[in-house]
Design a protein around this ligand. Structure first.
Ligand SMILES: [Zn+2]
Length: 148
């Protein structure tokens, strides 16, 4: 006999939980829809909690992303997180689209996901700049040329 199997306390064994897990496994798409609906309803009825969760989540993810990129501007060393911006090293940010047609890494969620799933790509793709250095780079390289 090997070591005893550790059962996670959150992994409920009550029948309805088992039934639900089976449903999720067999109907992932349907489940996503149901889940989305009930989440939305919950968020509407628990607005304050929902917003706090969202805020905390965003803060946590942002802090982790900044930490990953060294917590300071790579050009000038400025280290106030409120002024950090993630810069596409090669300036291709406006050409990358996600499946819905908007900018691929526009949201902090997307950046966080990239950092977590593909840190090597994240490091070659992005660098941490402060708002000033990022603006300067855009102007100097005409990354977002608008005739000015
Ligand atoms: Zn800077």
């Amino acid at each position: 006999m090997g070591a005893p199997r550790i059962v996670s306390p959150t992994y409920s064994t009550n029948p309805s939980a088992i039934k639900q897990r089976r449903y999720i496994k067999n109907h992932p798409k349907k489940w996503r829809k149901i889940h989305y609906k009930s989440n939305k309803k919950w968020a509407k009825n628990n607005r304050e909690v929902y917003l706090k969760c969202k805020r905390d989540d965003y803060r946590k993810k942002t802090a982790e992303v900044w930490e990953f990129f060294g917590n300071k501007c790579v050009k000038c060393g400025f280290n106030d997180p409120d002024c950090f911006e993630l810069d596409h090293i090669n300036g291709e940010g406006h050409t990358e689209k996600n499946s819905r047609g908007s900018k691929k890494y526009a949201t902090m969620d997307a950046k966080y996901k990239l950092v977590k799933t593909n840190p090597v790509l994240a490091k070659t793709k992005f660098q941490l700049l402060c708002a000033n250095c990022n603006k300067k780079k855009q102007r100097q390289l005409h990354e977002y040329w608008n005739g000015k």
